[in-house]
Design a protein around this ligand. Structure first.
Ligand code: NAP
Length: 264
């Protein structure tokens, strides 16, 4: 039975991925910063992990290895969202955004690579974002963290291919999860941005409110796991396929469309 480690498996995309894999016969280890809170309600095994702590990462991987002979795949899913204009976001918030979404996935990957090299196989699947391919107003640091994942994992993919380790990035558009409820807002607010916030924020919230449930993201992860030669980028959702294509065709026109959408 193949073993998969899914970070941030207690809600949203991570939960749906872990649940689908568990139901499909994979041995799933999900993670949470507070496993005790969720253990009773989840059908798969839950291990404690904070991806911002190297000690926690090593403990998590050691725990999985004490229970299973190999780790076939890592799904880097855990992430947070901070919402607000670039100038209003405090540096502490900005660092925390990148620390979790970029460095968290990178540290997990660095810790699993020696394991996968020793095994002689493995898949590293990271949940990036449409925001890693395009710019999104009120999401500059989130978008930066996801763009950074694109560059890191694209490069890593070439380096680790000789070890029979495959690297893929899933690029979902908007999906309805807990991320947006858990969104932290930028502070302190600057009055000069009131109009921008008042115009763009309702559009942003409305897009999320009308977004679909994340099952399609889980199906994409399953497709990658079942593929003998997985590709690199996997856009999921209508926006993820259309927006990068329009941006490539004519950047100015694409930008005009984005400004209109967010009423800016
Ligand atoms: N929802 C979308 O529209 C969307 C679109 C594109 C990409 N994504 C990406 O998909 C991933 C999952 O997001 P989601 O929408 O499913 O959000 P979510 O419902 O808020 O779930 C986030 C998960 O991450 C975990 N987490 C947060 N900080 C962590 C940390 N420091 N260490 C370990 N785990 C941590 C949380 O687990 P605990 O609280 O139990 O630790 C939770 O299970 C993120 O990388 C996000 O950027 C989401």
């Amino acid at each position: 039975m193949d073993t998969v480690l899914v970070t941030g498996a207690t809600s949203g995309i991570g939960f749906v991925i872990a649940n689908l894999l568990h139901k499909s016969g994979f041995k799933v280890f999900g993670t949470s910063r507070n496993p005790e809170k969720h253990r009773q309600t989840l059908p798969f095994e839950l291990i404690e992990l904070d991806i911002t702590s190297e000690t926690s990462i090593q403990n998590c991987i050691d725990t999985v290895l004490s229970k299973t002979a190999a780790i076939n795949a890592l799904v880097n899913n855990a992430g947070i969202g901070i919402c607000g204009t670039a100038e209003e976001t405090s540096l502490e918030q900005a660092y925390r955004q990148v620390e979790t979404n970029f460095w968290g996935a990178v540290k997990m990957t660095r810790a699993i690579l020696p394991v996968m090299r020793r095994q002689g196989f493995g898949k590293i699947i990271t949940i990036g974002s449409l925001a890693g391919l395009i710019g999104v107003p009120l999401q500059s640091y989130y978008s930066a963290s996801k763009h950074a994942l694109e560059g890191f994992f694209k490069s890593l993919r070439i380096e680790v291919r000789p070890f029979n380790i495959q690297v893929s990035l899933v690029e979902p558009g908007f999906f309805k999860t807990n991320l947006h409820n858990a969104f932290e807002y930028a502070e302190p607010a600057i009055a000069g941005y009131d109009r921008i916030r008042e115009r763009a924020l309702p559009v942003f919230n409305d897009t999320i409110e009308r977004a679909e449930a994340p099952e399609r993201v889980a199906c994409t992860v399953m497709k990658i796991l079942n593929s003998p030669k997985a590709g690199f980028g996997y856009p999921v959702g209508k926006q993820s396929r259309i927006a990068p294509f329009l941006q490539f065709l004519c950047y100015r026109l694409y930008e005009l469309g984005t400004r209109r959408k967010f009423r800016l």
